[in-house]
Structures are given as C-alpha cells and as structure tokens.
Design a protein around this ligand. Sequence first.
Ligand SMILES: [Zn+2]
Length: 295
Amino acid sequence: MSNTVPDGSLIPLVSLEDTGERLPSSCITRETDLSRWLALNRLEKTSCLKLLDQLLLDTFGIATETPGISNEVTTVDPSHAWKICCDAISSSIPSLRPVVEKTFTETSTCLRPRNSTISQSFTYDRGFHRVPFVYVDYSYSSKSLISLAHEFGHALQITASNDSDVYARMPPISRECCAFVAEHCLIDYARHSAPVLFSGLVAAWAKDNLYYLVDNAETLKRAFNKDTLSYHYSWNYPLARLWSHWLWNERHDNLADLFHTNGTSSEDIWGLKNIASSLDSGPSTLYSQTVPRDD
Ligand SMILES: [Zn+2]
C-alpha cells in the first residue's frame, strides 16, 4: 500500500515498526503466537522471563526520567540532522563508516511533521538489493532527533544486510536493537561534538525508556502469563532496548557485527541470557552522571 503526502511524495505504508507483522505460520496448531515469537527471535522462555521480571523491578537502574530537563526544541534542520546521525554512527562504530555513508547517501527519506495520512516514523524495507525508505515525524525537537537516529539505524541494518550474498530479514528484536544502538551513537556524539543537543537528547531517550522498558515490558509479561494472546510488535521492544543498553556498555568493540549479521542469534555470546549476570554487579549509570540538572 502507499499514500501521497502534500509534496507529492509516494509513501509506502508498510514499515518495520508496529504494522501487524505476521509471525511465521506453523503446522503445529497448538503452537501459540508467543512460542512462535520466541522461535523467531531464537529466545528461550526462562531467560526472557527472568529479564522481564528484573526490568519490571527496575533492577537495571536505567533512567526513565530526567528531572528538570525536557524534550527540547531544536533549530537543526532535518537534512542536517540526517548528516549528524551519519557522523554519529561513523564516529562510534568506525568500521561501519562505508556502509553508514552509503546509507546516508542512498536512502530515500521524507523528514517532516506527521499529518493525517502518516501517523508515526517508520523505515520500509523494500527488499534485497533495494535501498530502504525512511519517514520521520520531524518537528524540530530532541524527540525528532532520537527518532531520526532510530530510523537511520534501521536503514543502516538493511543496507548492511544487502551486502550479504543471501537476503534474510533479521529477527525483530535484533533489528530493533540496531536502531536503539544508533540512538546511543547520537547521544554519545552530542556529548562530545554537539553539547547543546545533549541534555535534550538524554531527556527524550529516558522518556522513551518508560514506554519501552516499563509499558512494553508489562505487555509482554501479560503475554507470558496468558500465552493465548495475539502477537503485538511492541513485544520486541523491551528486550531489544535492554540488549542495546548492554551491548553498548559491554560489547562496544563488536557492535558492527550486530548490523552485518543476518538472523543474529539472541541467545549466543551476544545474547540476552548473558545480560542479567553482567548487570547483576550493580545498576547502570549510563548518562545519569553527565546530565546537567536545573537545581
Ligand atoms: Zn524500530
């Protein structure tokens, strides 16, 4: 499906985000959406539940608010913001620079405030050896910049996967993890190279944590408690968000592999089951020590 925005651009309405993506069908009729979702993401139920419970108890200490700092207005125009995302990811993950620049140059974009025909930011995977399309609800705010980095991350993962010989769509938790890593890249870049943006970005990121790590975690936990519930794309967000947080802190030198690996396993050395033990040593202080506060 497609639709047309006021400037005549043709906008595909199918995206990687919450569009009712179908899980692979199964001939095993008793298999539930939850069990198919676990299989699709190569996850094991026990480790998922453990992480979810810890998330809901806030044992990871990931910020969900930044008192005194809000989602700030920015004067950065969308084309400059797209370039900032390119520079940010290249700076944080230098080995990805060629594919980051290819993504920056070749991706089709529509960066403007949402309207009655487009309700949310998305990236559209047009298929093997075709450049992706990105729409971002860009309204000159810190939240817009975070959204732009997120969608750049999706476009980058698709472009990197197109370098492979065989096309295989990455499991949803893995590709959301890529997008969340791109958000980390932007915030880290702002800390060093665009400090006027930094506190607003952290505030927007922390506010999103409330949605991804609390609201969506509760939704997924309900699915585990009653495994007859139908699949919802938001199931992918809490563990992807947590995974990105952990990889950024613990596996930074290997982040490039995440974008290049089609069908990345979520249960291997990178996997979710390693997160809990790694974070057991204490709460994360990511960003929390560097956010200026209005006392
Ligand atoms: Zn996403």
